[in-house]
Design a protein around this ligand. Structure first.
Ligand SMILES: C[S@@+](CC[C@H](N)C(=O)[O-])C[C@H]1O[C@@H](n2cnc3c(N)ncnc32)[C@H](O)[C@@H]1O
Ligand code: SF4
Length: 351
């Protein structure tokens, strides 16, 4: 059976590394854009041939900072996708953008070339917090980009980080009210995670404790106008990120570029794939089902229980913890309380 594959294209360059970020990217003033674009197009050709020019419902340019890419290179990549794949006419095409890296004319170019969704790294509307995070822009830069994008009639999402040292629930509630005022249809609110090997990971930061973080998480659902559809993602119904929803649902996608990761379906077998030709390994049905529980339980629609899931699901645990798990038709879903202890819950759910 042939499956559609979404395409994720990774751009591993940033102007500067933020103090919290462990994403695969490096600070580089003048990357070899043409060389990188050539490599991406070669990979697209390789997978297009392998998958017999499969259909593509979504393309996601993630990073790193894809908005740094010169528009000519972006155009060459889009041409490459269209040359080697059958892109749906209504495909969702997203680009992640850092407000410090994209002027209006560049966004115009990207949109002319097919971008219809932008995900903006805002992080905070407080300039002091932005400096602390090591961002290269201020709150006004972010607001200007959001306004310009909203006026272009494309889908606009914004990323925020909460739970900084000394953050209180009141700060998070205020952040939600600020977001409500803008009238976004999608946003992501991430709890600050201290990653080893980042400046924050090496500092002795006084972070909010687990109870305070849980209170902030609950306050978001109570104060943000957009309903939560995944642990950190909120959208007007119908405006969810189709690309990410497919990843969480266990659908197929190809990861292109050095930091890209994919799950490719070929000849009835799932493959764990990494961009840059780093990995292409067959997966067992059990490994694939485990992943689907890990990602699917993060979403409000949960996981569809099929025969592979049944084999690894600890049904006994699921049925005896109605406070954390509920069943809806053929799906298993975490309750609000379950969402607060998700990592632990998932550990117990997989046999
Ligand atoms: C690839 S970046 C988005 C695009 C662009 N690079 C930018 O930062 O503007 C993905 C998002 O992950 C979030 N993020 C990264 N590291 C994080 C961390 N340690 N804790 C919480 N959120 C984090 C940030 O909100 C960031 O916007
Ligand atoms: S948060 Fe974005 S801009 Fe900052 S280092 Fe990470 S990928 Fe780069």
């Amino acid at each position: 059976m042939k499956k559609s594959h979404n395409i994720y294209i990774h751009v591993p360059f940033c102007v500067a590394k933020c103090n919290y970020c462990a994403f695969f990217s490096r600070a580089c003033r003048s990357p070899d854009w043409d060389g990188y674009t050539d490599r991406i197009i070669n990979e697209l050709k390789y997978f297009g041939n392998m998958l017999d020019a499969t259909t593509v419902p979504t393309i996601f340019f993630g990073g790193g900072t894809p908005s740094l890419m010169p528009s000519e290179c972006f155009g060459r990549i889009i041409d490459g996708v269209n040359r080697y794949f059958a892109v749906d006419s209504d495909a969702e095409i997203t680009i992640e953008a850092n407000p410090g890296t994209i002027e209006n004319t560049k966004l115009d170019d990207f949109c002319r070339m097919g971008v219809n969704r932008i995900s903006i790294g805002v992080q905070s509307f407080d300039d002091e917090k932005l400096r602390f995070l090591g961002r290269i822009h201020n709150a006004n830069d972010a607001r200007r980009l959001i306004d310009y994008a909203l006026n272009k009639n494309i889908r606009v999402s914004a990323d925020f980080i909460y739970g900084l040292p000394n953050d209180t629930t009141v700060d998070v509630v205020n952040m939600c009210h600020e977001i409500n005022k803008i009238g976004l249809t999608h946003c992501s609110l991430y709890e600050l995670t201290l990653e080893p090997d980042t400046p924050f990971g090496k500092m002795n930061l006084n972070m909010p404790d687990n109870n305070a973080m849980a209170e902030m998480y609950i306050a978001i659902a109570q104060n943000l106008n957009l309903p939560r559809y995944e642990v950190s993602n909120y959208a007007t119904p119908g405006y969810e990120c189709r690309h990410n929803q497919n990843v969480w649902d266990g659908g197929a996608y190809i990861g292109i570029g050095d930091g890209g990761a994919g799950r490719v379906f070929l000849n009835d077998t799932w493959y764990e794939q990494m961009g840059g030709g780093k990995q292409f390994n067959a997966m067992t049905n059990a490994a694939r089902a485990t992943e689907r529980i890990i990602t699917g339980m993060r979403t409000m629609r949960g996981v569809r229980i099929d025969s592979d899931i049944e084999k690894i699901l600890n049904m006994e645990f699921a049925k005896t913890h109605p406070d954390m798990i509920r069943f809806s038709g053929d799906r298993i879903i975490a309750t609000d309380m379950g969402m607060l202890v998700l990592d632990n819950l998932i550990e117990n759910l997989v046999k």
